[in-house]
Ligand binder design. Structure first.
Ligand SMILES: Cc1cc2nc3c(=O)[nH]c(=O)nc-3n(C[C@H](O)[C@H](O)[C@H](O)COP(=O)(O)O)c2cc1C
Length: 187
């Protein structure tokens, strides 16, 4: 009888723990936004993993004036934008930023830092009280100033360690993205 009772207590405890973690997962899914800028698709792939793994909403940071589609032209255009400290106008706004607590922001390394369109995005919202976490893809240069510059554009927001990978590897980095998300505590 005593053994049976202990058995039932264990079963009930396991059910409660399961329910609570399911609720936590649902809550996390409700308040995550995955915003990204991507010119050739690599960062979009990583953004897709972050969305899948967190259950967050996806938002593409896109400019009204499109970037040149040819690589060299795009690099020259981006260099000029950076030298001018430009803030290219974006196509849309996040409908209700106040509904998000955790915002992932993904972008490629452009000339050692983020594309200027990402600064337009970050300058457009008040990040106070939110957690804003970067992820980045690069073409061999690594992190350079991507994350240090990022931290200067998020005001009083909290942040966590960013994720970075070579753009050529995005097809196989889902497990690393998953491990990083676990480390951040978001998933
Ligand atoms: C305008 C431009 C500038 C770039 N500058 C750098 C750089 O400074 N360092 C680097 O490692 N890769 C650089 N790259 C390569 C991209 O960071 C890399 O291919 C990235 O994965 C592209 O992401 P996307 O496909 O999301 O646009 C540059 C690419 C472009 C188009």
């Amino acid at each position: 009888m005593k053994v049976k009772l202990v058995g039932w207590v264990i079963v009930l405890w396991a059910l409660c723990v399961g329910k609570i973690s399911a609720q936590n997962a649902a809550q996390a899914a409700d308040n995550v936004l995955v915003a990204y800028f991507s010119w050739s698709g690599n960062t979009r792939t990583v953004a897709g993993y972050v969305k899948e793994l967190t259950g967050g909403d996806l938002f593409e940071i896109a400019t009204v004036k499109p970037y040149p589609t040819e690589y060299r032209q795009c690099t020259e255009y981006a260099k000029k934008e950076q030298q001018a400290d430009a803030r290219p106008v974006l196509k849309g706004k996040v409908a209700d930023m106040s509904s998000y607590d955790v915002i992932f922001v993904g972008f490629p390394n452009w000339w050692g830092t983020a594309p200027m369109a990402v600064w337009t995005f970050l300058d457009s919202y008040d990040w106070t009280g939110k957690t804003v976490i970067p992820f980045c893809t690069h073409g061999g240069g690594g992190e350079q100033k991507c994350f240090s510059d990022f931290r200067r554009h998020i005001g009083k927001a909290k942040t966590k360690k960013g994720f970075i990978c070579n753009g050529g590897t995005v097809g196989s980095v889902r497990p690393q993205v998953e491990a990083w998300l676990k480390e951040t505590g978001v998933r």
